[in-house]
Every structure is written in C-alpha cells, then in structure tokens.
Design a protein around this ligand. Structure first.
Ligand SMILES: [Zn+2]
Ligand SMILES: [Zn+2]
Length: 331
C-alpha cells in the first residue's frame, strides 16, 4: 500500500496524513487481494481480514472483539501478512490488462480507456512483477489496428483511382496492387513502430535515471511507454483519423505516456515530462534536419541544369520502362 500521490509506503501506519507529502490516506482508498493483509484495530491491534470486494472488511464498521470499541476500516492500521513480500503478494496490480476475470477484448478496451482518461492510475497499478512484454503486446495491438485501418483506407482510395484510370488493367490488378501496398506498408510500419518503442523507451529510461532512482528497471519504463500510447488509436478512425485525429491522438499519447510513466516508476510529473519530452524533441529535431537536408539537396541540384543527371534523363525520353518507373515513383 503506497501513498496515492508520492508512492511512500504506508504499511504499519495509522491513517492520517502521508508522512512524506501530507496527502491524507486510509485503507478504504486502496485495493487488496482478499485476505492478503491484516486490518488492525487502532486501539488494541486486534487483526481482521478483508474478504469483501477489493479485499476490504465486510462490514466495514463493527465493535472490536479485542477492546469493544466501535471501529471503522478507515481507522485501521494495515499490516502485511507475516513473512509475505509486501509488494508481490499484496500490491494487487489491478490495471485491466492484467485482470484475469475478464476476457481479452474487454481487457484491451478497458486499458485503452485507462490510457486515455486515467493514465496515472494505470501506471501506478501496473503489477510490480510485470515484464516489458505486456506493454509491447498492448502497443503492438494498438499500432496494428491503426496501421491496418489507415493503410487499407489509402489502398482502397488509390486502388479505386487507378482502376478508374485503367492503369492496372482493370479491378483485378487494382486489388493485387492494394494488397501488395498494404502488406509492405503494414509490415514496415510495424517493424519501425516496435524498434521506435524499444529505442525510445531506452532513451526515456536513460533520461529518467539522470534524475534519480526509479521503482523498476528499464523494462518497466518500456512497458509504461507502451501503455501510454492508447490515445493513438484515434488515428484508426477512417479518413478523419489519418489527417486530423491522428495528430490529436499523438499529442494526447505524449501526455498519457508522461502520466503512466510517473505512476509506474513512482517519479514526479516533472521528471517524467523531461524524460518523455527529451526523446520526442530529439526525434522531431532529427526529422526536421533530414527534411531540411533533402530540401537543400533538391534545391541545390535543380539550378545546376546542365549536370550529368538531367542530361541522362533527357537522353531517353522514349523509353517506356523509364516512364513507368517515373509514374510509379510519383504514386
Ligand atoms: Zn505521500
Ligand atoms: Zn480493538
């Protein structure tokens, strides 16, 4: 059981202000595995076990069998079971992705919802035992849907246009072209996205560690970054997603990632912001540099006019293979 604001461990403490940050706490704000903790009477330390929903006492108010005083769960001192590992056996890790009581589709949808609307809670409730695979799996599912929908949309549009123009010799050629474009783009996009998550996550963790210790290792950071990307699913809304909601989802995902990371690694929002924004800024700077370099290069060759490349192009104007290549390059 940790402070909801600063993650300070609150075991064996009388409910009240958090000793670290002053945020008020009591057991009823937390969730436990049934019978996994002892709720102890604040007057005589008589222990009670919670088997209600969220591992709480049922009923929550009663007369203590030890001292006869009327007590409420919100006054009880929470102690771990004797010999139990506090984090492993008691931290419930209630994040929906790890909830065995619901099916995979519901787990996915609920995780999307938390990633969009409750990212700090999602980060906090990622199980301590979690590996980075779970975050990568969630990320892969989201990016897979986004890629499939946006690429299929584009392929259908271009396929229809080309079929109309008769470029590919009728609908059969257009469909083959569509499939080829889809397979190559989705495959390449997938690979790029996963490499981006691993490299980006490693950079985020590096920057995070400059600021001090974290609750978990690099795997937890990579998983947290993966779980923060839920809002990018907005880009999967056909047509609107590709050109408009995709940007909104991207910015939203950056904010969510910061908050998931802060919760997962028990660091301040400021530290998490620096850690996430540094690689994002680096990626944007790289992108801008490549863009400027390409503009400069094309701008540099165009006025040259009589160089060897333009001469070579004009030398084969009637070559049909050359023409087809040029058209394919434009499309
Ligand atoms: Zn606190
Ligand atoms: Zn008592």
């Amino acid at each position: 059981m940790r402070c909801l604001k600063c993650e300070y461990p609150l075991w064996d403490l009388k409910p009240g202000p958090c000793p670290e940050c002053g945020e008020p706490f009591d057991p009823t704000q937390h969730e436990f595995r049934p019978n996994a903790v002892r709720f102890c009477c604040p007057h005589c330390d008589q222990a009670y076990y919670g088997d209600g929903e969220g591992g709480h006492l049922q009923p929550r108010s009663f007369d203590c069998v030890g001292c006869g005083t009327r007590i409420d769960e919100s006054e009880c001192i929470v102690r771990p079971l004797e010999g139990a590992d506090r984090e492993l056996s008691v931290h419930p890790g209630r994040a929906p992705w790890f909830d065995d009581s619901i099916g995979w589709f519901k787990r996915f949808l609920k995780t999307i919802g938390w990633s969009m609307t409750a990212p700090a809670r999602l980060g906090r409730e990622l199980p301590v035992t979690m590996g980075m695979g779970s975050g990568i799996a969630f990320f892969t599912a989201v990016q897979g849907i986004v890629l499939m929908v946006s690429v299929l949309t584009l392929a259908v549009i271009f396929g229809l246009m080309m079929a109309n123009l008769g470029v590919l010799g009728g609908p059969r050629g257009a469909i083959a072209m569509m499939l080829a474009v889809t397979v190559f783009t989705v495959g390449g996009g997938f690979l790029a996205a996963i490499i981006g998550l691993l490299v980006g996550g490693a950079l985020v963790h590096g920057v995070l560690r400059i600021g001090g210790p974290t609750r978990g290792g690099i795997g937890r950071t990579i998983a947290a970054v993966g779980f923060g990307t839920g809002p990018t699913l907005l880009a999967a809304i056909p047509l609107l997603g590709t050109w408009c909601l995709g940007t909104v989802g991207g910015i939203w995902a950056i904010v969510s990632t910061i908050l998931v990371l802060a919760g997962a690694q028990a660091v301040s929002g400021f530290r998490a912001s620096i850690a996430v924004l540094a690689p994002v800024g680096l990626a944007m700077a790289l992108y801008a540099a490549v863009f400027v370099a390409m503009m400069t290069m094309t701008g540099g060759t165009a006025p040259a006019g009589g160089g060897p490349l333009p001469a070579g192009v004009t030398a084969t104007p009637g070559d049909s293979a050359g023409l087809t290549n040029a058209e394919a390059g434009d499309g």
